[in-house]
Design a protein around this ligand. Sequence first.
Ligand SMILES: *Cc1c(COP(=O)(O)O)cnc(C)c1O
Length: 410
Amino acid sequence: MPDLPEKLPEPLNEDGRVERLKDILIPECIKQEYSSERWVRIPEEVRELYIRAGRPRPLHRAVGLEKMLKTPARLYYKREDLSPTGSHKVNTALAQVYYAAESGYTRVVTETGAGQWGTAVAYAASLMGLKSTIYWVREAYEWKPDRRRFMKLYGAEVLASPSDKTEFGKSILKHDPNHEGTLGIAISEAAEDALKNPDTIYPVGSVLNYVLMHQTIIGLEVIKQLELIGEVPDIMIGCLGGGSNFGGFTLPMIGKVLRKEIDKKIRFLAAQSEAAPNLVKGTYSYDFPDTAKILPKIKGYTLTHSFKMPSIWAEGLRYHMASPIISYLKHVGLVEAVAYPVDEKAVFEAARMFIQAEGFLPAPESSYAIRAMIDEALKAKEGNKEKIIVANISGHGFLDLEAYSKLLNI
Ligand SMILES: *Cc1c(COP(=O)(O)O)cnc(C)c1O
């Protein structure tokens, strides 16, 4: 934020919504949300938790994929899939639950779509001895019994949303007892629960500035790892739903670019689904990040909070709005975005190539970044260019095998 050419647009304080945040969100995180400090210290306890969660995570050269594609490009990928719960989301879950415990809270509540965020919060809460309740979009809750069991093993209470635990959930169930749920509804249920219970606070999984800041541990490690091997990337690629893994991966490098510490033009490319092409097709304007309009409006690329998004297997990319900081960087032309078709065939084919060439099973979401990396590597081949392409693998797909089975007929 201190390196941006102008001040990032702030949340709108309509009807006192900004003041109300202090009853929902973790106090230290609100401070970080509005901070324009270049560095915020990682508490020693959180650094230890990161070590316990397997940080630093390796950066691999994709030699197998380079050979398979016969590309002159050098391909690298960051291993955020090497996470106890399966995704990068532990990076911020650990920090947020730590700050929650520091402030005396004994319970955390949150929503989850694909299930990755809920698992990360359940994990962090269990390590730190807090109770956790996860409101999980019913549609995904139904088809992912293994991830449900995973969260419960950590001791979490896991509820299909809409649930009958909140007034908002009940009001929706009254009209439609079989409502499939949406991320917005689940967010609203979690926010209502946190507002009602003084021992409870609400960690947020993506979009907000402080979440992206916690995730910059990814990009800071990548900068050091690239320095060790003397590489400067031409392209950095991440998948993008709300923007947390993409932001965490790219923002430290974008900071260097803005401070003119790099004399190479680096492209920053976000890979999305046409089911939720917020950066590609949205408008840059103020909108609610949740359908129940509890949180204040923020400025970002949005498809509007009531936009109906078709179902995809990469559920984690299905979000109507991109993070304010990434949206701003797209607005000024520093970040680019590409969206892949809703049938996901091209993306799952890319995942198959990746697993056969590299051996690791990516999350369906991460496969969007892999698709974009492969496309860029093939362009480099056409132009016979030695491009250096670095992608972030946001998670593994061990609990998404049903998606692979359906899409790849295996
Ligand atoms: C949540 C998630 C995403 C999308 O969220 P962002 O905030 O855009 O990073 C991508 N990949 C995985 C594995 C996820 O769990």
